[in-house]
Design a protein around this ligand. Structure first.
Ligand SMILES: [Zn+2]
Length: 353
């Protein structure tokens, strides 16, 4: 196996939530200690909402399993100073394989091997694949079968598992059932329902919940977010998503103005956004308007920003229409037309009864 390529990490954005970052993600500490104390299986499935640092969590687990400190820390986390931890830090550990779709490799700072790089250079104009392909899974299976280079565990991190196509998933199945000697697999997913049931049933499950606000808010504040509670709510409680929104230029004020703009049919802050994000924002607004219509507390938008008098039946129909559009959101459709249609739909749904 070619060693994972060392690549410097830039910044502390959501794309670079490396487990070795000294200013890591504080909310991962407790679930990590718990997983290390209780999980003895050869195949783990880490699942939960996106935007909370799943990949970082998986890396920290892997580092702890590979750590060679004689006493190990009481909570079983990695020591950070042994030879194995050093190799891990420079991304050159011979017993670690990190399997990511091409589309995520650069963003997460875990690059392709030489072969992969040659491939991506050869078709540098092609869009990087979002899938984990069968060739990569075959490589991981053969990696797992090799003898451990340092005499300890061998760990494969596969993220996100729902990006394996059916052939790739079937290739992995047998190995997950009977992993060779020292091999351990860590799969992660933000969409557990999209996995083959046979993959799920062969893994021990570790749930990574949304972090408590008292962990997430100071973390966001330390990264310069004004009104972090507004953006954390906008992100559905996912701190990495909140940071991503802020870095894309969203402010608490702009977020609070959005419902009114949408109800008036103005493209406003949505105009420059990719279609999946537009649909995400409209779905959140639809949810909040429906909740407010029956006297509940909106979840994503400030309560006073959400229209109060929308008709529940229209909102239900709007929600269904948004779900239909979402299924095709990744297609290269003509965005301006699509956006216009979505806004007409939104304005009609939000109009008072
Ligand atoms: Zn160590």
């Amino acid at each position: 196996m070619a060693p994972a390529r060392s690549q410097p990490q830039a910044g502390t954005g959501p794309d670079t939530d490396g487990g070795t970052a000294p200013d890591g993600l504080p909310w991962l500490g407790r679930p990590l200690a718990q997983a290390l104390a209780t999980q003895r299986g050869h195949a783990l499935l880490v699942q939960g909402p996106p935007g909370v640092g799943q990949f970082s969590f998986c890396l920290q687990l892997a580092q702890a399993w590979l750590c060679e400190a004689p006493g190990r820390l009481a909570d079983h986390t990695a020591c950070g100073t042994c030879a194995s931890c050093h190799l891990f830090a420079v991304r050159a550990h011979p017993d670690l394989l990190v399997l990511l779709p091409e589309a995520l490799q650069a963003a997460l700072g875990w690059g392709a091997d030489e072969e992969g790089e040659a491939r991506s250079e050869a078709r540098s104009k092609a869009k990087p694949s979002a899938e984990i392909k069968v060739d990569a899974v075959r490589k991981a299976v053969s990696f797992a079968q090799q003898t451990s280079a340092r005499g300890g565990a061998k760990v494969v991190v596969l993220h996100p598992a729902e990006q394996m196509n059916a052939i790739a998933a079937n290739t992995l199945l047998k190995t997950l059932e009977e992993p060779p000697g020292a091999a351990r697999f860590i799969l992660s997913t933000g969409a557990v329902d999209a996995l083959l049931p046979t993959i799920r049933s062969r893994c021990q499950q570790v749930r990574l919940p949304l972090p408590p606000a008292e962990d997430a808010l100071p973390w966001l504040q330390a990264r310069g977010l004004q009104s972090p509670q507004v953006l954390l709510a906008a992100a559905g409680g996912q701190p990495l998503t909140a940071l991503e929104l802020a870095e894309a230029g969203l402010t608490a004020d702009r977020w609070a103005q959005l419902p009114r703009q949408v109800a008036q049919g103005q493209a406003g802050a949505l105009a420059q956004q990719p279609l999946p994000r537009v649909i995400d924002v409209l779905s959140k607004l639809c949810h909040d308007a429906a909740v407010k219509a029956v006297g509940g507390q909106p979840r994503y938008f400030p309560a006073d920003a959400v229209p109060a008098d929308a008709d529940p039946a229209r909102l239900t129909a709007w929600a269904a229409a948004l779900r239909r559009t979402q299924r095709h959101a990744d297609h290269p459709l003509a965005l301006p037309l699509q956006l216009e249609a979505l806004l007409i739909q939104a304005r009609q749904a939000l109009a008072g009864a």
